[in-house]
Structures are given as C-alpha cells and as structure tokens.
Design a protein around this ligand. Structure first.
Ligand code: GLA
Length: 404
C-alpha cells in the first residue's frame, strides 16, 4: 500500500495524538502540539564523520510531541510507542543514562539546563508533561533519534521561552546524543532535521559545517523508502568500527598528505600512491570514502544542471560501494536496490542511514510509483517470502509547533 503523503493524513494523526495525551495525563487544558521530521540521506553515505559532503532531506513523517506546562516542578514523560516513561522532579533529574528511550529527551533537557544562564534558569523552573509519539519507523535508519532530540530542543525552547535559534537547538541535540546517550554520531542527522526545507535537499559540508538548500523538483520525483524489516542489531558496534577504521586509515595517510585535515581531503591519486601504508580493509574503507566524496560532488553538479538522471544514478554506484568496499549492506537491502535497477522510472536507489538492515531509498518518477513498488514487492517476496514496507514520502520543513 502506498501511504498517502497527504498533509491531511498527518493532521489527523496529530489530532489523535492530542486525544492520547488527554487519556494519558488527564486534566482539562489542551496540550500544545509539535512535530519534528525524520530524515533520509540521498547522497554521501558514511561521509559525515569523515568530513565529507552529504545531501539529506527531511521527510513528512516524524516525532509528535504533546506538551503541557505544570504549576509544580514535576517532569512527566510518556510515549505511545514505548512502555516505561519517566516521572521525576526537576531537582532530582538522573545524571546518568537509564538505558532506555527517555535518555534522548532527558539528554536534551540536561544539556539546555546546563547551558542556561542565571536569568534563563529562573524560566526553566516549571515542570511539564509530554506525550511522545509519531509515524516514523524507529530504528529503520530514518533518524528517529535526531528527530526526537531536535524536536525536544524546540519544545523546551518554546515552553521555557529560551529564545534559541535553529543552530543552538541542533547543537544541543547533538551534544545530548554524544555526551549523554553516548552515541558518537556524525553531524548529518540533527542538521538534516533542524535545517530542513520542503522541496530542497540540504547540501551540508561536514568539514566546515556550512550548508545550503538545493531545490529538488518534487512535482516530478518522489522519495520512496522501502523498509527491509531487518532490525539493525549489530549496527551500533559495526558503525563505531567503521568510524575507527576510517580514523586509523587517515592517521596512516596523514603524514604523506600534509594538507589533508580529514579523510575527505585525501585524493584518489594520494590513496593510490600511499595505500601501501594501510591494511587491505582500511584501503577498502578509504576507497569508499574518497570515491563517495567525488560522487556526491558530481550529484550536486548534475542536480544544479537539471540532469536528474545522472544525479540519481550516483545512488546505484554508491550502493555498490557501500556493499563491496564499506561492507554495510545485507541481502535484503541488495535485493531492493537490484530490483530498483530494473524498474523503469526508478532513477536511483541505495541503502540509507548506517546500513546493516533498515531501509533503502529510491528517487522515482511520480508517475512510475506504483510500477516501481510492484517490482520491489515481487522481487523481495520471491527471495524472502514476505513483503517489505514501502512508503512514499514528501519532503518537509524542520521542527515546528502545529496549531490544531
Ligand atoms: C548513521 C549516522 C549518521 C551517518 C550515517 C551514514 O545514520 O547517524 O551520522 O554517519 O549513519 O551515512
């Protein structure tokens, strides 16, 4: 089934979320409702932590927040998607992660309190209750965590009237994930969520954190995301391993490439010339990074030239490299990308997010959505005896309050 990417469908889901809030917390006053999108990365796989360029965009599915201030200092967090919530006095917030979903919003809360000035502190003294929910698959590589953290920063900014700008909220979300939750994530996800703009890809250069918005013709193209349903159990460990392997490859190359500050700066010729200093596995990882940087610049150039075919075709090449050189794919992801190669109207496809399961993303001509979907279903079902979940996403804006 194609999910209607209609704004009305989401407005209905948000209204329903407000009802859930009342059922969960009771009381008379209606909550304020906020939405924070997920993201899908189209170009630049595993480049952010190597200082390379990436081109993600936000999607019109994400995290829902229903929030109501309290007169006392109690913080109550609950979720429609998880069982155990948290109820704690502002004075007695846990200082170490609890090992469950509440760590994400708690991390942002602690970070903002930590950075607040004396004057701001006085405003951060009232409690609140929040019901979290959403329509983004969790753990599928669509960045439910960045969606939650950047959205939480906005909610707190508004509830406590802190007057933060987007960059400060993105920074807080990033610190929460890295310093409190303890995931050494790159900068792509919170930036993609926090600076999103509809009908645009975000061009983010992770070396100097500069970004711009590049228009993508969403009246012609749709973003189709196919979820393999394979849970990314090894993802955290394997992800950190890739980060280490790239760091080690760069440490060995750096003395021979004096002007390089990050692995992204090493050229293909330099890798060729000095590759003997790396072990074969590090060579493969570095090769992926360096080629992927080139592909991402080419995709940008082709996008700006209006040549969407050549731009999207870089996705297939990226997938090959992620599978063979970076080794973060799996049979289910390969099956969906291979099916897209044969589906007329699918201009490009690759795994998105960290890999090891989760989703593929495809850029598809709007009129071919149904046909592409049929090919993907058929091929996947033949190989794995079940259907993947396929959704068509529109682009979206960054986190925001939604009037009901
Ligand atoms: C995960 C990380 C991102 C990025 C991607 C790979 O999604 O959270 O920072 O490294 O993997 O491109």
């Amino acid at each position: 089934m194609i999910d209607p990417a209609a704004p009305e469908a989401q407005a209905a889901r948000l209204a329903e979320h407000a009802d859930h809030f009342s059922a969960c917390f009771g009381g008379e006053a209606a909550p304020r409702i906020f939405f924070s999108p997920g993201r899908v990365n189209l170009f630049g796989g595993h480049l952010d932590y190597n200082g390379g360029p990436v081109m993600p965009t936000a999607i019109d599915r994400g995290t829902f927040f229903a929030v109501r201030p309290r007169k006392d200092r109690l913080i109550r967090l609950a979720s429609t998607q998880e069982s155990e919530g948290l109820e704690v006095d502002l004075e007695a917030l846990p200082k170490a992660p609890l090992g469950r979903w509440v760590d994400y919003p708690l991390g942002v809360l602690l970070d903002l309190l930590d950075g607040a000035s004396q004057e701001e502190r006085s405003r951060c003294s009232s409690g609140f209750e929040i019901l979290f929910g959403g329509d983004l698959p969790i753990g599928a590589g669509l960045s439910s965590s960045a969606s939650m953290c950047v959205g939480m920063a906005l909610v707190l900014d508004r509830v406590w009237e802190l007057g933060l700008d987007s960059a400060e909220r993105v920074r807080s979300a990033l610190r929460a994930e890295r310093n409190f939750v303890g995931v050494q994530c790159g900068i792509m996800d919170p930036f993609a969520v926090g600076f999103a703009r509809p009908d645009h890809l975000l061009w983010l250069d992770c070396k100097d954190e500069t970004y711009e918005h590049l228009p993508l013709d969403m009246s012609r193209l749709a973003i189709l995301v196919a979820d393999t349903g394979v849970k990314r159990k090894l993802a955290a460990g394997e992800f950190n391993l890739r980060v280490e392997q790239c760091a080690s490859a760069f440490a060995k190359l750096a003395p021979h490439c004096p002007s390089a500050k990050v692995l992204r700066d090493v050229s293909a010729e330099e890798l060729e010339r000095h590759g003997e200093h790396l072990d074969p596995l590090e060579r493969r990882r570095a090769r992926h990074v360096i080629d992927e940087v080139e592909r991402t610049f080419l995709a940008r150039e082709r996008l700006l030239a209006g040549d969407l075919e050549t731009m999207a075709a870089q996705m297939f090449l990226a997938h090959d490299s992620l599978r063979e050189l970076y080794e973060v794919s799996c049979a289910e992801l390969d099956c969906l990308v291979d099916a897209a190669r044969e589906a007329p109207g699918a201009l490009g496809s690759r795994l998105t997010g960290a890999g090891f399961g989760g989703c593929t993303v495809a850029l598809v001509e709007r009129e071919a959505i149904e046909d592409v979907q049929a090919v993907l279903f058929e091929r996947f079902e033949r190989n794995f005896g079940r259907r993947p979940t396929i959704q068509v996403f529109g682009g979206d804006d960054g986190p925001r309050e939604v009037p009901l």
